[in-house]
Design a protein around this ligand. Structure first.
Ligand code: NAP
Length: 226
């Protein structure tokens, strides 16, 4: 049975990815900080292994990897933090807040990659890292989060070159109607943004297809003209 480890699977895009993989026969090993939310989300997923915890906690990461049981076909780096909110201009960005967003969005994903590399190499597996347009665009207020995503993109860009037998993909999913998006735009009506489930078919093209390692956007994978 193919196994995927998905971080941040209790809601939003991580949950939508866990649902689609689970319903197509994958075993999914999932985390999120809130144990109750994660258990509620995973109810009814066949072959789900639920490991609540924070990706910045090394012991939790080791528990996650142990739960995968030595076999892993796919690692989805999805759990992420917006950083300081309301999103401040860089002139006011706290150093501790910047360290925290880098810890969650950049350092922890690399640490998890390091821990699962032997299993991924054995399976000639894949990494799918959820990036953002904020990694490349200069949106005011998005400097901390954007820098953390840009740094993660580059770590994976290099990893793809260092590990030619793996598929290492970063993907910008585009705007989605999730809690993170609502927190980024407090008080705004975000009902015109697509549900994360609408992005999943584009991501499945990376998971199931033969795209070379690299960075993609969900829009281009879906065939939407730039
Ligand atoms: N929504 C958008 O418009 C948008 C656009 C571009 C990129 N993205 C990216 O898409 C991905 C999914 O975002 P989303 O919008 O689906 O977010 P979301 O709805 O807020 O879901 C985030 C998930 O990650 C978990 N999580 C957060 N911090 C964690 C931590 N430190 N350790 C473990 N789990 C953690 C959350 O559960 P707990 O809170 O219980 O931990 C939750 O399950 C993220 O990488 C985000 O940066 C989103």
């Amino acid at each position: 049975m193919r196994t995927a480890l998905i971080t941040g699977a209790s809601r939003g895009l991580g949950r939508a990815l866990a649902v689609t993989l689970s319903s197509s026969g994958w075993r999914v090993v999932v985390d999120a900080r809130s144990a109750s939310d994660l258990h509620a989300a995973a109810e009814g997923w066949p072959h789900a292994v639920v490991v609540p915890g924070d990706v910045t906690d090394e012991i939790h990461l080791r528990d996650l990897v142990d739960a995968a049981g030595g076999h892993l076909d796919l690692l989805v780096l999805n759990a992420s933090s917006l950083g300081q909110t309301p999103l401040p201009p860089l002139a006011e960005y706290g150093a501790d807040a910047l360290r925290a967003v880098l810890e969650t969005n950049t350092v922890a994903p690399l640490r998890l990659v390091q821990l699962v590399l032997p299993a991924l190499r054995a399976a000639r597996g894949r990494i799918l890292s959820i990036s953002s347009d904020a990694a490349v665009a200069g949106y005011p207020g998005w400097g901390g989060y954007g820098a953390s995503k840009a740094a993660l993109d580059q770590l994976l860009n290099v990893l793809g070159a260092e590990e030619p037998d793996l598929r290492v993909h970063a993907v910008d999913p585009g705007d989605m109607r999730t809690r993170m998006h609502a927190e980024a735009f407090p008080g705004e009506d975000i009902s015109d943004r697509p549900e994360p489930e609408e992005v999943v078919p584009a991501l499945r093209r990376l998971i199931d297809g033969n795209h070379p390692s690299g960075r993609y956007t969900a829009a281009e994978l879906a065939g939407v003209p730039a």
